[in-house]
Design a protein around this ligand. Structure first.
Ligand SMILES: Cc1ncc(COP(=O)(O)OP(=O)(O)O)c(N)n1
Ligand SMILES: Cc1nc(C(=O)O)sc1CCOP(=O)(O)O
Ligand SMILES: [Mg+2]
Length: 226
């Protein structure tokens, strides 16, 4: 067999390779089945409105099988829209469906272990509520940080006190990776968080509980686009 001609082997420049990596978007929808709407329908509306990242988050009572099936549907919607699809907590589900990555917090796998599970190319997000935690999470392999609660959240009520724009600024100033503000983010509050240095925002209620999820997503997308 003749050797493969050298001109068929193309070394991909780092810049080009970077373009192929999933984006860490600026408007993240975190899914929520408790808002009384079907999750795929809400995700489809949110993507049509301009959400660029969807994080599949299910409650602890949801089985892995159900989470897997939901994540597969959401991934299909994200692929069609060119959006990034992440899975919260359940990294085996992220891997099994072929999602772009996952998000872990303080009661999940440590960031370093999560990185080993997901591999070097996946998007890995980590929750960090202060600058020290932020630096540690980035050193351990996080690609982006979720920080908050920015404001009081009606979705997750077991959180520490809100850190506000100043707390978000402290985290954003401490690291080079994108920081996503979460917790009580609305059309009224998003601007202050972006002005504080957040790369983007993550929302549940502002889209999932809106009368018009697509319209709410579109207004938030306009805000994050600056
Ligand atoms: C973008 C983003 N930021 C923070 C979180 C919270 O993650 P965690 O602390 O692990 O809490 P749960 O979401 O698992 O209840 C997040 N999911 N996304
Ligand atoms: C899942 C989650 N984590 C948070 C944190 O601060 O770590 S706040 C939150 C829920 C965000 O929902 P809403 O946009 O409705 O407040
Ligand atoms: Mg978690």
């Amino acid at each position: 067999m003749s050797p493969r001609p050298l001109n068929l082997i193309r070394v991909m420049p780092a810049q080009e390779e970077e373009c192929l990596m999933p984006r860490i978007g600026r408007l993240h929808l975190v899914t929520d089945a408790t808002a009384g709407r079907d999750v795929p329908g809400t995700v489809a509306a949110a993507l049509a409105g301009g959400v660029d990242t969807v994080q599949v988050r299910v409650g602890s009572a949801v089985s892995d099988r159900e989470a897997f099936e939901l994540a597969g549907v959401v991934l299909g919607l994200c692929r069609a829209a060119g959006a990034t699809c992440l899975v919260n907590d359940r990294l085996h589900v992220a891997l099994a469906v072929g999602a772009d990555g996952g998000h872990v917090g303080g009661t999940d796998l440590p960031v370093e272990a999560a990185r080993r599970v997901l591999g070097p190319r996946a998007v890995l997000g980590a929750t960090a509520r202060d600058p020290d935690a932020a630096r540690l999470a980035v050193a351990a392999g996080a690609d982006y940080l979720g920080t908050g609660p920015a404001y009081v959240s009606t979705t997750k009520t077991t959180l520490p006190p809100p850190i506000g724009p100043a707390g978000v600024a402290a985290v954003a100033d401490a690291v080079e990776v994108p920081v996503i503000a979460i917790g009580g983010v609305t059309e009224e509050t998003a601007g202050a968080l972006l002005a504080a240095g957040a790369h983007g925002v993550a929302v549940v209620a502002a889209i999932c509980s809106a009368d018009d999820p697509r319209g709410a997503a579109a207004r938030l997308a306009t805000l994050v686009a600056g």
